[in-house]
Design a protein around this ligand. Structure first.
Ligand SMILES: [Fe+2]
Ligand SMILES: [Fe+2]
Length: 228
């Protein structure tokens, strides 16, 4: 059944609502093509469009959440990262061999995720952003602790988890590696951004792709190891 856009999904933040409605349309287009038995090429085009739209929407949404210092920003970003990896893995596996993907499961998975994420996870940030949206951050009377303040708190909590690492790296890279280690040691949003940069989606191993896309893969292909 196609996704039906309605006021129930509206957050009242125009740029976000436009994106969400666009994502509904993207999933519906994909589902329509799957149900009509369209060519693999056109399904792949839909998947490309959806993957790009998801990425752009997450970037826009995360920018707003960061601006308004949403307290659960980190958790929300991790949810985005997981689904982005799943979308990427599904798209890549489909591009390599459409037969390994169960297309109906795939559209059901995207529809379910989209509805759920908007109604549950995106709606959860509304009280922190909705009433203030459009104001400059400095006008926000309920200002949360600054990033620096949060970093200082998190540093103490993270100290127990530190482990020494010895690496041979090019001499000129030593300073950069040291700075990266300092950011990772502090934790917080900067560390997550660094991880996202250093471990790009394109670096996913085939095992990781199966892990992220497994839910929509055809069982026999997923379970039987390749014999070549
Ligand atoms: Fe979100
Ligand atoms: Fe969203």
């Amino acid at each position: 059944m196609a996704l039906q856009w309605s006021d129930d999904y509206k957050l009242g933040i125009k740029v976000i609502d436009n994106d969400h409605e666009g994502l509904f349309e993207a999933v519906n287009s994909l589902q329509g093509h799957v149900e009509a038995g369209a060519t693999e090429h056109s399904i792949l085009e839909d998947l490309d469009f959806f993957a790009r739209y998801v990425r752009e929407h997450f970037d826009r949404e995360e920018l707003i959440l960061k601006q308004y210092e949403y307290p659960n920003f980190h958790e929300h970003m991790l949810q985005h990262r997981n689904i982005r990896r799943s979308v990427f893995a599904i798209r890549k596996l489909y591009a390599d061999d459409p037969q390994v993907i169960d297309a109906e499961k795939m559209t059901g998975f995207f529809s379910g995720w989209l509805r759920n994420h908007i109604l549950k996870d995106d709606m959860a940030y509304l009280p922190f952003i909705g009433v203030n949206f459009g104001r400059r951050k400095s006008d926000n009377p309920s200002k949360k602790p600054s990033k620096r303040e949060r970093q200082v708190n998190e540093t103490q909590e993270d100290l127990d988890d530190l482990v020494p690492v010895t690496l041979n790296v090019p001499r000129e890279a030593r300073d950069v590696i040291g700075r990266c280690a300092a950011i990772l040691r502090l934790g917080s949003i900067d560390a997550e951004e660094l991880r996202q940069f250093v471990v790009p989606l394109y670096g996913m191993t085939s095992e990781e792709m199966v892990r992220y896309a497994g839910i929509v893969m055809k069982k026999e292909k997923k379970d039987e190891p390749q014999s070549n």
